[in-house]
Design a protein around this ligand. Structure first.
Ligand code: PMP
Length: 411
């Protein structure tokens, strides 16, 4: 069925060579995009071209290759800045991924602002990477982790959140979109409520940035993090956005080359933003590849991507809800394209294994969100997660695969 939205998905799929393959003699249906997304040819070409023609270390060299790689690296920073609508490139820090970005904030901002008895607020639907760094900080400082509860649909209980805020709250850290449930959180309201208490907010955007337009200035968030590999770029690269005033006041995290202005055995002075937080040789090719992914997304348009995915999500939700014995985990009114489910009498791993044999790649497990599993009384779910290159035919293949699972377990 052709998309009613403005995306030419047939043409788009040709940009992703990996999608045109068969597994077990069946066409690959890739529905594991929340774990990692596939890469368009332009990203692959950018990486190859960089290593073929430009590879050199950045910032310190005076030769032609080093100048070229430095220019491309810094141009990518500008692309990320515009993509997020950040005010300045000084606010864009390149890290390994969302996980490292959150740890950086915990170990710098957190360590200098959190003391015994202080509180950090997260939600019950966080990925482990937005739980454990805060637990580590709380343990070190004798601080307390407060958790916003979620309802049976998998939505944040906003009134409970407001009650958690007080003059001991030092930071709120919540996901923009839940990887396990697909819930889109009301981050604008969360930020406004926290700011009323002068509390800064970190938004984990790992699952939001691939699906919708994000504007950090309009949101007024203090920190925003995401991973390149989930947004059609390479692995091993991610972004920490932080408001300049906050980043400026934070101590550096890792020490090493490039993050210094001068070093003597008596005293070291630190470099300006953003370099203060980029110690050592960074993932140069990864940054440039991420820049190519952003160019590609810009060309397609995040609004068109969101509209197409919302259409797919509505179709997939209707189809899955009509399957007897299937329970969707995560039925928030505001959702991104994640379909997490359990089938009565079938272990989620068995379902995923049978689907795999049908060519349908989904994920089964706790999705690094064990507290979410506990909240819904399941040990794991099977999760189909969509990207803009997915189609209603992909959903039909998922549904046919689930029917096969049910037949096998009914036999
Ligand atoms: N937050 C969320 C919501 C995620 O889904 C993920 C990845 N599954 C992460 C953080 C961590 O991302 P990464 O592993 O790329 O650092």
């Amino acid at each position: 069925m052709p998309s009613a939205t403005s995306l030419d998905v047939t043409a788009i799929r040709k940009d992703f060579p990996i999608l045109a393959q068969q597994v077990y003699g069946k066409p690959l249906i890739y529905l594991d995009n929340a774990a990692t997304s596939q890469k368009p040819q332009c990203v692959i070409d950018t990486l190859t071209r960089f290593y073929k023609t430009d590879n050199a270390n950045i910032h310190r060299g005076v030769h032609a290759l080093s100048e070229r790689s430095t220019l491309s690296y810094e141009a990518a920073r500008g692309k990320v800045q515009r993509f997020l609508n950040a005010a300045d490139t000084r606010e864009i820090i390149f890290v390994r991924g969302a996980t490292e970005a959150i740890n950086l904030v915990g170990q710098t901002y957190g360590r200098t602002h959190v003391s015994a008895g202080d509180e950090i607020v997260i939600s019950a639907m966080e990925h482990h990477s937005n739980i454990v760094p805060w637990q580590m900080l709380c343990e070190e400082k004798g601080a307390v982790l407060r958790v916003i509860p979620i309802n049976d649909r998998g939505e944040l209980e906003f009134d409970q959140f407001e009650k958690l805020l007080n003059n001991r709250t030092r930071l709120v850290a919540v996901s923009h979109v839940s990887n396990a449930l697909g819930t889109i959180n009301p981050v604008r309201g969360i930020i406004r409520a926290a700011h009323a208490w002068n509390v800064p907010v970190l938004i984990d955007g790992a699952q939001a940035v691939p699906h919708m337009k994000v504007d950090v200035r309009s949101l007024d968030c203090d920190f925003y993090v995401f991973s390149g590999h989930k947004v059609f770029g390479p692995t091993g690269i991610g972004v920490l956005y932080g408001k300049e005033k906050l980043l400026e006041a934070m101590p550096p995290w890792q020490g090493g080359g490039d993050m210094i202005q001068s070093v003597t055995f008596g005293k070291t002075t630190y470099n300006d933003l953003p370099y203060k937080f980029e110690a050592g040789t960074p993932n140069i090719a990864g940054v440039i590849g991420l820049g190519a992914a952003i160019d590609y997304l810009d060309q397609i348009g995040m609004d068109a991507i969101e509209a197409h995915e919302q259409e797919l999500l509505a179709y997939g939700t209707r189809e899955l809800e009509s399957i007897t014995g299937l329970r969707l985990i995560g039925t928030a009114r505001e959702k991104a394209s994640v379909l997490s489910f359990v089938i009565e009498g079938v272990h989620p791993h068995d379902a995923a294994t049978i689907l795999d044999r049908e060519g349908v790649a989904v994920r089964a497990g706790h999705h690094c969100a064990q507290p979410v599993m506990e909240r819904f009384g399941v040990s794991a779910t099977t999760r189909a997660s969509l990207a803009f290159y997915n189609t209603t035919e992909d959903i039909d293949a998922l549904v046919a695969g689930i029917q096969k699972v049910r037949e096998i377990f009914a036999a």
